[in-house]
Design a protein around this ligand. Structure first.
Ligand SMILES: CC(C)(COP(=O)(O)OP(=O)(O)OC[C@H]1O[C@@H](n2cnc3c(N)ncnc32)[C@H](O)[C@@H]1OP(=O)(O)O)[C@@H](O)C(=O)NCCC(=O)NCCS
Length: 176
């Protein structure tokens, strides 16, 4: 799956990640974990120790999960994953995870485009509901998800503990 669109800074390609992206994906992910620690369950220090094989494995797509990347020229500038449990009673429902757009490229609706790809993938794979969790304080992200048709269905109290503080998560869903 691949699509491209124009921004004021050039053409952006949104596509499925492949194993050859592992090196750049690692760099972007490590940057993201430092720049936006509240956006991810994983932490920078643990991720730093992962092997090259770990990063390749993360990008291996199958019927139950895929990672999409946003690319400008040869550089990865955004990422987003979608995943579901393969169980017959759970495979109708998928989660959007690992959402990040590099700060230099924010405000250009790149996340919306990646969500569009996830929706397309989900429909092709028989998924009929998408879910995600986002820290309640992350207003730009919540606005982006609302624009893409997600609504809040609940709140997870103390979903994250970071630097001595608890953060609640807004739980959002979108029927397909
Ligand atoms: C949330 C995020 C993925 C949105 O990506 P995006 O492609 O910039 O999305 P949009 O273009 O729709 O912009 C979203 C909001 O960012 C804000 N924005 C615009 N320009 C911006 C800039 N240069 N820098 C930061 N934020 C900006 C705007 O408020 C915009 O919302 P609005 O148009 O409703 O006012 C991105 O901001 C990001 O990676 N944030 C850090 C990680 C994160 O929060 N991930 C989500 C975890 S659930």
């Amino acid at each position: 799956m691949i699509k491209s669109f124009e921004t004021k800074r050039g053409t952006i390609v949104i596509r499925e990640a492949n194993l050859a992206d592992a090196g750049q994906f690692r760099e972007l992910r490590l940057f993201a974990l430092q720049e936006s620690p509240l956006a991810f369950g994983q932490d920078y220090e643990t991720s730093l120790d992962h092997s090259p094989e770990y990063w390749q494995e993360r990008l291996r797509a199958d019927d139950h999960s895929v990672t999409f990347v946003a690319q400008h020229e040869q550089t990865l500038i955004g990422m987003m994953g979608i995943t579901r449990r393969p169980l017959p009673k759970a495979r109708h429902s998928a989660k959007i995870i690992g959402v990040f757009v590099h700060p230099d490229w924010r405000g250009m609706r790149i996340a919306d485009s990646m969500i569009g790809m996830c929706i397309e993938w989900a429909r092709m794979h028989g998924v009929n509901i998408l879910k995600l969790g986002v820290m309640s304080t992350n207003e730009p992200a919540i606005r982006c998800y609302e624009r893409c048709g997600f609504t809040v269905y609940g709140k997870e109290p103390q979903a994250m503990f970071y630097e001595g503080q608890y953060y609640d998560a807004a739980l959002m869903s979108r029927l397909l």
